[in-house]
Design a protein around this ligand. Structure first.
Ligand code: SF4
Ligand code: SF4
Length: 225
């Protein structure tokens, strides 16, 4: 991952009209049944050969967190926790790459309630795009209970714009993180924190580097208390 190739990718996406992505989304088809399946831990997402993460480890940008704070009045650490699945350990410091939404003891996003998403109006950009994300060239669909349903052209266009916006924000965020970490950032070196980890780490989120105390309960991997 280097800044020059990220900038090239940004340039390519900026100059790809969203109608290209809308056409792919229409071919897949989709209609959200608000079932909440994607807000709970249901499957593992493989990132590299050695790294996978639970499906409810939902990456959020600092801007997402600020929007939820504004909408709900919650504090930053009531909304997000360090991304403990993407950490770099240089022997001196552990750095987590960004934030994920907090999760409940039931392995659900903390904002998932009996009526569905409690912060629907302010939900993160990634939740607005789900189940669509970009692969190298085009939009791909990930797990969803309602994939293959018919989708209206207007909805496909809206999702295409969101997916494009998300990908651009993600790439710009990577550039911010690279400027914080420089050569230290190699995807192959990222690891989850060990079960039972209790200590401090530094979250690098592309905007700031913030020390955070983390305590992961043994036997309940991934839950930050
Ligand atoms: S995106 Fe799919 S899995 Fe998620 S709530 Fe909608 S229908 Fe359910
Ligand atoms: S923020 Fe809302 S839509 Fe996103 S994972 Fe949580 S409950 Fe689901």
């Amino acid at each position: 991952m280097d800044t020059a190739s990220l900038r090239q990718r940004i340039d390519r996406i900026v100059h790809t009209h969203s109608s290209v992505f809308a056409a792919s989304i229409s071919k897949y088809g989709f209609s959200c049944a608000r079932c909440g399946w994607c807000c709970r831990e249901n499957f593992k997402i493989r990132i590299t050969k050695d790294i996978s993460r639970p499906s409810n480890a939902i990456s959020v940008f600092p801007g997402d967190i600020r929007r939820i704070m504004k909408g709900t009045g919650l504090h930053w650490d009531e909304i997000a926790e360090p991304d403990i699945y993407s950490c770099l350990d240089d022997g001196k410091n552990i750095r987590a790459i960004g934030w994920i939404l907090r999760r409940s003891d039931k392995d659900e996003c903390i904002f998932y309630g009996s009526e569905g998403c409690n912060i629907y109006e302010w939900r993160p950009l990634i939740c607005r795009c789900y189940p669509f994300l970009m692969d190298e060239q085009d939009v791909e669909i990930i797990h969803c209970e309602e994939a293959k349903s018919r989708i209206e052209a207007r909805s496909a266009k809206q999702i295409a714009l969101l997916v494009k916006r998300y990908e651009l924000q993600k790439l710009r965020n990577y550039i911010g993180i690279i400027s914080q970490l420089g050569e230290k950032l190699r995807l192959a070196d990222l690891h989850p924190l060990p079960d039972g980890y209790d200590g401090e780490l530094i979250v690098c989120d592309g905007e700031r580097s913030i020390p955070v105390k983390v305590s992961i309960r043994v036997g309940k991997y991934g839950r930050i208390q």
